[in-house]
Design a protein around this ligand. Structure first.
Ligand SMILES: Nc1ncnc2c1ncn2[C@@H]1O[C@H](COP(=O)(O)OP(=O)(O)OP(=O)(O)O)[C@@H](O)[C@H]1O
Ligand SMILES: [Mg+2]
Length: 305
């Protein structure tokens, strides 16, 4: 069984750090783990000092794989999967050459929309116990869901439109390729499978926040959005919590006050969700070494076991 754990949160709160730590910890605990990032400005290869394109094994750790999906790669994958089908539909009505595939593949939203399909395919291969999904900052991450929903709705409208124009389009048809309606319905079914997976028990979300006003506000928004998509949230993680020492209090008393207030807000949010929350302190490191990965991973892992 493969489980997908999505790591959500505002920009810069520590999503990639937490995702990498969790992936590292689970892999050391004997699970086969894929750390997937759909952030187009990824950082995980730097964390694991891995070079090379595509899905790669982390040297010295047979259980851990990382995959930083680049926009170019997503577009190539889109062309492989849908290029022919799209060409078939369009060329059945219009004298057009295959360059149309590149044109459509480069359209805004295609890479975002297709990202979830890549996740779905990786899940279906059942090669990993966990797919830890390092998401981009909140707005871009939510866009992935919004675009998929829009795509689903549009395909429904496209199917209706096709039925209305069917007689006319049949007359225009130049060759006997697969029916456009069948293809539209197949694509829609695929989008439906993706939503079914996202809503299932095999997909969970962890929301990372820091104890400051803005990221707590964004956390609330993320929780609401995920709930509106019926996506289960497994827990909240408060990262970069300041030590409450007298030295810190002297210099950063305002921040400590804000932190205290926000920690109680987060506690409330977690109890509303009937879930736990965990605290990760602000740590004194420059490079994210294995000891830090292990420490943060150990803190988060109980959420996913
Ligand atoms: N607990 C921590 N203590 C100290 N520094 C931390 C901690 N967690 C993360 N950081 C640092 O904070 C910075 C941002 O972390 P990270 O890149 O994981 O955030 P992100 O949420 O993935 O950002 P983005 O939204 O840009 O993808 C990094 O420099 C990271 O090393
Ligand atoms: Mg990141």
């Amino acid at each position: 069984m493969t489980r997908i754990i999505g790591i959500w949160g505002k920009g810069g709160v520590g999503k990639s750090t937490c995702a990498s730590s969790l992936a590292y910890y689970l892999s050391r605990d004997g699970y086969r783990v894929l750390l997937l990032t759909t952030d187009f400005v990824p950082t995980i290869s730097r964390i694991f000092r891995v070079h090379g394109k595509g899905l790669v094994n982390v040297p010295g750790n047979a259980n851990l794989f990382i995959y930083e999906l680049s926009p170019d790669e997503v577009i190539d994958l889109w062309k492989q999967r849908f290029g022919d089908e799209v060409y078939q539909v369009i060329s059945s009505f219009l004298p057009i050459d295959r360059e149309i595939i590149d044109y459509i593949a480069g359209a805004p939203g295609i890479a975002d929309e297709f990202m979830l399909y890549v996740l779905y395919e990786l899940y279906r291969k059942k090669k990993y116990d966990y797919i830890i999904w390092d998401l981009p900052a909140a707005g871009d991450a939510l866009k992935l869901l919004w675009i998929e929903r829009e795509f689903y709705t549009h395909l429904g409208e496209a199917a209706k439109m096709y039925l209305k124009l069917k007689g006319f389009l049949q007359k225009l048809k130049r060759n006997s390729s697969k029916s456009p309606l069948d293809l539209i319905n197949e694509w829609r079914e695929l989008a439906d499978h993706i939503f079914t997976l996202l809503k299932s028990n095999d997909h969970r979300a962890l929301v990372i926040t820091t104890p400051d006003d803005l990221s707590v506000e964004v956390t609330r928004k993320i929780i609401n959005e995920l709930e509106s998509f019926d996506i289960s949230i497994d827990g909240l993680i408060v990262n970069m919590v300041w030590p409450d020492s007298s030295e810190v209090a002297k210099l950063f008393n305002e921040r400590l006050k804000m932190q205290e207030m926000n920690l109680s807000k987060i506690k409330e949010m977690a109890s509303k969700l009937s879930k736990d929350y965990r605290i990760i302190p602000l740590l004194n490191f420059r490079e994210l070494g294995t000891n830090v990965l292990e420490m943060i991973g150990r803190e988060i892992a109980p959420f996913v076991y």
